[in-house]
Structure formats: C-alpha cells, structure tokens
Design a protein around this ligand. Sequence first.
Ligand code: AMP
Length: 183
Amino acid sequence: MRIILFGPPGCGKGTQAVFISKSLSVPHLSTGDMLRGAVSSGSEIGLQAKEIMESGGLVSDKIVFSIVKERIEKNDCEKGFILDGFPRTVNQAEKLDLLLSENYKLDCVLRIKVDEEEIVKRLIIRAREDDKLDVIKNRFKTYNSETQPLIPFYEERNLLYNINGMQEIEKVSEDIKKVIGAI
Ligand code: AMP
C-alpha cells in the first residue's frame, strides 16, 4: 500500500508511521529523518537545508523532491511505503502525483486530526527557551499557509481519511488499522 500520513507538527504521525510500517512491512519514508541525516553527514543538501530546518521553515521543493524520488525508486518501495512529512506543499503533491502515475497510485492519505491550540500549548510547555518557542510558532505558521491546502487537494481526489488524533496512541493506531483494512 502507498500511504501518506498527514497532520500538523506534534500530532504523532511519526509514531504512527513506525507502527503502520511494521504491520504492513513497507518502508517508513520520513523526509525529516532523511534531511536530518543529510545535515549530520555534512552533504551539500544538508548544508543547504540546515538553517531552514532550524528556523521551522520548509526546505525547497526541489531538494526535498529529489531525495524522495531517489528513495521511492529503490526496490524496497515496490510493495508500497508510508510517507511521513511529505508532501508538505501543493507543488510537492503534484510532483508526487506525476512520479507515481507512471507506475502506481496512492491508496490513501491519513489525516491525523488534532486540536491545534492544545498541541501548541503542550509543545510550548516543553520548550523552555524563547528561540525554541519561535521555531514552534514558525512551524505552525508554515503548516497553516503551505501544508493545509493539501487537505482540499486530497479531498477532491477522494483519498483523504480523517483519524481522531486526540486519543491514546494505541487507540489512534487501532483507528488507522480499521481504515487501512477497509480500503
Ligand atoms: P519533520 O521531522 O517532518 O517535522 O521535519 C523536520 C524539518 O525538515 C521541517 O521542519 C522542515 O524544515 C524539513 N522538512 C521535512 N519534510 C519536508 C518537506 N516535505 N518539505 C520541506 N521541508 C521539509
């Protein structure tokens, strides 16, 4: 299956992606992890991405798409994959559509719905320094302006499934399994 996990920062999509990846035996593709890997390896991409990531902004579509394309074209993605943190802009979603349409199609976009005010409060309690607070605020600003428009984009394609993310982790997981099982 080819699944996108979608939701605002702090909604728990990384945790859920690990569960689904194990239960379906398909790779978990996290662009955040890939970019952090590039940063720590000191590669050209990492050098370009570092500052933007630290500020809570978005790395350019060109860079992100190139790493996703390279990863999706590997053999282990033939049976499917879980995308976590990608796409984050309509342009990325359109590029993904084109890439997949040559061979495969997406099965679903699982949107983990949370009360954003509540999540921001929780994250702010954890962030003790002002600069971290600014990064959190910037991540939500970016999500609202760049990433939210993907909701109607996937709704129009009948691919969007809402999951209540304001529950225990295990319950969110169960709900996700039910949706996947019914597709
Ligand atoms: P994440 O771990 O998914 O929260 O990603 C960490 C950071 O990596 C984000 O705040 C962005 O700066 C960058 N990033 C991850 N995925 C993308 C993407 N699809 N497009 C642009 N930037 C991304």
